[in-house]
Design a protein. Sequence first.
Length: 146
Amino acid sequence: MASIMRDLGEVWRCANLYRMEEYGDSGVGSYQDSYIVDICNHPGLTQEQLSRLMYVHKSNACRQVASLEEKGFVERRPDPADRRNLLVYPTDKAFAAFEKIRAVHARWKELLLEGFSEDERAALAAFLGRLANNAKRAAARGEKNP
């Protein structure tokens, strides 16, 4: 299992390097692109909902959203139903970045899957889906037992 985790970590780190190079000076960081994608796909989420959706700690989500707000990618507005909550909305700048992010992700996926047959691609997707579901269940158990 250590080899699997090491290999997944290497893929993740290589993906970060690739994305940073591709994003250039757009202001999007390799850790922020996922936030932009989820915020564009789900406008009006609270920061807490966003943290649960992304499986990140609330403080990390708060920091990344604040950074994205400073850069003009998102805006936070008070929730009319509960003023204690801030709702996160993408700006036009976020939607423009979203298109580039999707293209970069698609190119990275093709680079990773180069030389894989359709059957191998399907099997890999199934295995990774199962792995992700196991990770989500484990994380949910951890939330219940702080």
